[in-house]
Design a protein around this ligand. Structure first.
Ligand SMILES: C[S@@+](CC[C@H](N)C(=O)[O-])C[C@H]1O[C@@H](n2cnc3c(N)ncnc32)[C@H](O)[C@@H]1O
Length: 286
């Protein structure tokens, strides 16, 4: 059996975000927005966008960040939110407030014909780790940036630096088989965890002044709604959810009980705060 090539891996990611997983993400939109708010705030602070600027939000999902960016670039600026997922973009259109300078487009960032040199900022919160050919994708996205335009995006550091995902996974592994180890070039949530890989991708795509800043976060798995909410999140997203997928009901419920017991040890009032860690990556189009 031959290993899947970059194109097949890329197609699998696009199918993933357009299939039941995309629907599941959308069903959790409000919770996800609350959970990931600290990452969004840190990223928006680094992006420091002002009125009049033109921003590309890559892998924008349901556009929570795009909407916030569009408020900040008004008046005079504009935001293009680009995503490959039909369910995510359907929700983006529902959430889009009238009157903002914001447009959503369904497209693959690897090949989308960006208006040449039109944008001041290439922005993304966790939307650029899923490309089968990341150098090609970033080189293509660079065509949309003006000379001197900036890149600011967030990606996850390694799993071990993210106990909010690691803890549920370790508990799940007491009951279910381990997930296949991802290859170093495989797209996925942790594919940009290694700084030297990210630097190499951006350099080869033609960017300069590349910097990765580690940012520590406290993420409330319960989003202020108690232990059961934290458990629901832990089994719905991230690697624990992938490990539990397709497992028989008794196995799932044993794993869920183990996750519940572990999370209960971190409960503080109605919150379950756990550490997370991201890179905020910045670069410049020369
Ligand atoms: C983890 S979600 C992040 C969504 C959003 N940025 C947020 O922070 O809520 C990753 C997004 O990247 C999108 N995506 C994956 N591959 C893509 C591609 N090749 N081109 C454009 N978007 C892509 C997915 O459809 C998904 O909406």
């Amino acid at each position: 059996m031959s290993l899947p090539g970059a194109e097949e891996r890329h197609a699998a990611e696009i199918a993933y975000w357009n299939g039941p997983a995309g629907e599941r993400w959308v069903s959790r939109q409000e919770t996800q927005d609350a959970l990931l708010a600290p990452a969004g705030e840190a990223l928006l602070a680094r992006a420091a966008v002002r009125s009049g600027k033109c921003v590309l939000d890559i892998g924008c999902g349901w556009g929570g960040m795009s909407i916030e960016l569009a408020r900040r670039v008004s008046p005079g600026g504009r935001v293009l939110g680009l995503d490959v997922s039909a369910p995510m973009l359907a929700r983006a259109h529902e959430l889009q407030p009238p009157g903002l300078p914001l447009e959503f487009v369904r497209a693959d960032a690897t090949v989308y014909p960006f208006a040449a040199g039109g944008a001041d900022l290439l922005f993304s919160r966790f939307g650029v780790m899923f490309f089968g050919e990341p150098v090609r994708a970033f080189a293509n996205m660079r065509t949309g940036l003006r000379r001197g335009g900036r890149v600011v995006f967030a990606c996850w550091r390694e799993l071990a630096a993210n106990p909010w995902l690691m803890l549920p996974l370790e508990e799940a592994y007491r009951h279910v088989p381990r997930l296949p180890e991802a290859g170093p070039e495989d797209p996925g949530a942790f594919s940009f965890a290694a700084p030297q890989r990210v630097r190499g991708i951006l350099e080869r795509a033609g960017f300069v002044a590349i910097d990765l800043e580690p940012v520590a976060l406290s993420l409330d798995l319960a989003t202020g709604r108690g232990l059961e909410s934290a458990v629901a999140t832990a089994v719905s997203i991230g690697p624990a959810a992938r490990a539990l997928e397709g497992q028989p009901a008794p196995v799932r419920s044993a794993a869920t009980a183990a996750i519940r017991a572990a999370l209960a040890r971190h409960k503080a009032h109605e919150s379950v705060p756990l550490d997370g860690s991201i890179w905020i990556v910045t670069a410049v189009n020369p």
